[in-house]
Ligand binder design. Structure first.
Ligand code: UDX
Ligand code: UDX
Length: 456
């Protein structure tokens, strides 16, 4: 069997690597319009940093896993085609700022329709608005004579940083298909692939629309938990309660559960905001205004949390950060990834730069090139930004340490050394609640965490 995946990104690359790893009898070809990305998948360093990914790609590449820019050949040779291109928030026209931009998905469907010579199963891997499969199917079937297509929805629930673990041992795999016999045969073909390593009981099947909507709903629920605990963190700061203690206390209730209750500077990543806004847009489209504004509040709370964190920094530093060197530790949207999409660090840095601070950034995986693109500044030095080689270099001569990403290495820094090299009073603003603030306080730092009262 031949599989092709269009889109060699954070989702397409790791997912196909896992299928190739688990199913040596299937030939998997990942294609992309971006030749540089494909070259990196072939020669490294891989364009996506995920623990464990390197090994799997090295074993399978050239055996049954291939990366190519020859999209047409890969489509033609495949019996099953995954669409895994990006679906960013649309920034123009109708639905600007909320709806998903489906131009790349549509382009894929048109390409498949144009070059396919035999029947194919087309699998939506990208996260899509409900009923997108209808449009994909309409485009594919526009030629009356010609191959027949089945469209499946198979949303990806992997989280970045743990992608390989999530792919190897998923909570569930969801496959949506048409109720017709041909639709169910296509579902069965995809079930067969996952069943090579995922227990059957964890492979759920549903109709197309349920599958598409489940992905948006899962992300909305996860993001809602973070916004909920972050909302409580503001109340903790005002009252002297400690948000980690509150999260622990409520998380032991088995109905609530302990996961996704970590208060933070705000959630980031390519999915949560985009998918909720998309959900909001869909609700508005169907005239469900109350439902739309209910979910929109999750994003508003997240914006508030990011802004609140910066305001706390400025207030803590005697209401002015102009010309003060501030060490920002972490720029990725979470640990163990080089992905910075919608990273709260971007907003924090931009707000601090607007206050005329000098920002010294260190992240173990994010390059200066990416920082400059994300902050929208060509000349980093002129904008007051320095990208440093390690945390110590960033902290040297700084007034404050600002933790934006929860990288493990930040927990074990030599804070006594850092304290010696900082201005006094030396501040720590822990936007991830990963540091032992009491121990830092003993060293002399003035400390501040999310959902904790100041100056512990
Ligand atoms: C995925 C999903 O597709 C998205 O819907 C989901 O919400 C998040 O995960 P991701 O893999 O993170 O997106 O996106 P990205 O890393 O940007 O990769 C997409 C790739 O598709 C890029 O390499 C891009 O070059 C490629 N692409 C895009 C094509 O090959 N053809 C196109 O027409 C458009
Ligand atoms: C998310 C979903 O988890 C995944 O199922 C979906 O396929 C894609 O979107 P991802 O964005 O990779 O995955 O990361 P996730 O671990 O969900 O974290 C998202 C953001 O929330 C990060 O910025 C993270 O730091 C933040 N977060 C997460 C918190 O602030 N607190 C938490 O308790 C958990």
């Amino acid at each position: 069997m031949n599989i092709c995946c269009i889109g060699a990104g954070y989702v397409g690359g790791p997912t196909m690597a896992m299928i190739a790893h688990k199913c040596p009898q299937i030939k998997v070809t990942v294609v992309d319009v971006d030749a540089r990305r494909i070259a990196a998948w072939n020669d490294g360093p891989l364009p996506v940093f995920e623990p464990g990914l390197d090994d799997i790609v090295r074993q399978a590449r050239g055996r049954n896993l291939f990366f190519s820019t020859d999209i047409d050949t890969a489509i033609r040779e495949a019996q099953m085609i995954f669409i895994s291109v990006n679906t960013p928030t649309k920034m123009y026209g109708v639905g600007a700022g909320k709806a998903s931009d489906l131009q790349y998905v549509e382009a894929c469907a048109r390409r498949i329709a144009a070059v396919a010579r035999d029947d194919k199963i087309v699998v939506e891997k990208s996260t899509l608005p409900v009923r997108t499969a209808e449009s994909v199917r309409a485009i594919l079937s526009a030629q009356h004579e010609g191959p027949r297509f089945q469209v499946l929805s198979n949303p990806e629930f992997l989280a970045e940083g743990t992608a390989m673990r999530d792919l190897e041992n998923p909570d569930r795999v969801l496959i949506g298909g048409d109720p017709s016999a041909a639709g169910q045969a296509a579902v069965a073909a995809l079930v067969e692939i996952y069943a090579k390593w995922v227990p059957r009981a964890k492979i759920l099947t549903s109709n197309l629309w349920s599958s598409e909507l489940s992905k948006l709903t899962a992300n909305a629920f996860l993001a809602q938990r973070i916004s909920s605990i972050n909302a409580i963190s503001a109340l903790c700061e005002a009252t002297g309660a400690d948000v980690d203690e509150v999260a622990h206390a409520i998380g032991t209730d088995s109905r609530i559960g302990p996961k996704f209750l970590k208060a933070s500077v705000g959630f980031g990543g390519s999915c949560f905001q985009k998918d909720i806004l998309n959900l909001v847009y869909l609700c508005e489209h169907y005239g469900l205004d109350e439902v739309a504004s209910y979910w929109e509040q999750v994003v508003k709370m997240n914006d508030y949390q990011k802004r609140r964190f910066t305001q706390r920094i400025v207030r803590g530093l005697y209401n002015t950060v102009a010309n003060k060197r501030l060490a920002v530790l972490g720029f990725a949207f979470k640990k163990d990834t080089n992905d910075t999409r919608e990273s709260p660090a971007i907003y924090v840095c931009q707000d601090l730069l607007a206050e005329r601070a000098k920002v010294a950034i260190y992240d173990p995986q994010v390059t200066a090139e990416k920082v400059s693109a994300d902050l929208g500044v060509k000349d980093l030095a002129a904008a007051g930004v320095e990208v440093c080689a390690d945390a110590y270099a960033a902290a040297k001569g700084a007034h404050a340490l600002i933790i934006c990403t929860e990288w493990d290495e930040f927990k074990t820094l030599d804070f006594a050394r850092i304290y010696q090299e900082m201005h006094r009073p030396a501040f720590v603003f822990d936007g991830r609640n990963i540091l032992d603030l009491a121990a830092l306080h003993k060293l002399g730092f003035t400390t501040s965490g999310i959902g904790k009262s100041n100056g512990e």
